[in-house]
Design a protein. Structure first.
Length: 277
């Protein structure tokens, strides 16, 4: 089966996960839970079924929060599931995973093959925590063998929340629509101040350079984003530079947050002790 997204690579034998249930062969459903949720052809039946879906969605957030709450500092790594193991991008992703683990970060990926597998592999080989956030798909994919903490989600939006909530930054390797989706969602969260700063490193000048040139020229020139917005992305060919950028920028942002919190606390204390008019 072909698929246009980054997730479109089957890993035969790994199995299809529907929440905690493992399915293979003819047991694999033709529609995902997301498709059932978003379909508009159910008539009035949704009145009876959607409240139960809300409970299932809630359970996914509870399971994700519970599993990831104590992982410590982490960085999410994104990239194509289609990248073969003999490609330079795979080797770079292994190095990214290793360097992140050596810097004290847990490595979070989508848990699949390609770049995801490579980053998880690098983290495991360096003795770090390797996390995979899988997703229910209409073909067998499963977790790659280098994941040592894996969670399977039914709903994309629950999974995407985990990628951002528990990461201090993103390292983005070459990828397709799924990678673009995660990248631009993170950019939007930073631009709209839904998250307090978030280092984003792109690895691969040849792959990402044209996109950044287009943003800096066409998009900025038409006033769709501000001139400073492209600077939210750090472009490099060097995995070590990407990891160091994420580390330094993350530490700087945390220091700024701590300073702002201290200033707010001092201002509140001063207001509480000042004479009332």
């Amino acid at each position: 089966m072909s698929n246009a997204s980054d997730e479109g690579v089957a890993q035969r034998g790994a199995g299809y996960h529907k929440g905690p249930v493992l399915l293979r062969g003819r047991q694999i459903p033709k529609q995902t839970t997301d498709q059932h949720l978003l379909t508009g052809t159910e008539g009035a039946d949704w009145v009876h079924t959607d409240p139960w879906r809300v409970m299932r969605i809630q359970s996914e957030f509870v399971e994700g929060f519970g599993a990831l709450a104590e992982i410590g500092p982490a960085v999410s790594v994104f990239g194509s599931a289609r990248t073969p193991r003999d490609h330079d991008d795979y080797d770079r992703a292994v190095k990214v995973g290793r360097l992140l683990a050596e810097a004290g970060y847990a490595v979070i990926t989508g848990g699949g093959p390609g770049i995801m597998e490579a980053a998880n592999k690098g983290a495991v080989e360096a003795g770090g925590l390797s996390i995979g956030l899988g997703i229910e798909l209409p073909f067998e994919q499963g977790m790659n063998e280098y994941v040592n903490l894996g969670i399977n989600f039914r709903y994309f939006f629950a999974r995407k929340t985990m990628f951002v909530k528990y990461a201090q930054g993103f390292v983005v390797m070459p990828g397709g629509f799924g990678t673009f989706d995660e990248l631009f969602e993170a950019l939007t969260l930073v631009q709209t101040h839904k998250v307090t700063g978030f280092p984003l490193a792109l690895v691969g000048r040849e792959y990402w350079g044209g996109l950044l040139d287009w943003i800096r020229s066409t998009v900025v020139d038409r006033g769709m984003v501000s001139e400073a917005d492209p600077d939210l992305l750090h472009l490099t060919d060097d995995p070590a530079e990407a990891v160091e950028y994420v580390r330094e920028r993350s530490e700087a942002l945390r220091a700024e947050e701590a300073e702002a919190a201290e200033e707010l606390e001092q201002a509140q204390a001063a207001a509480a002790t000042s004479p009332r008019a």
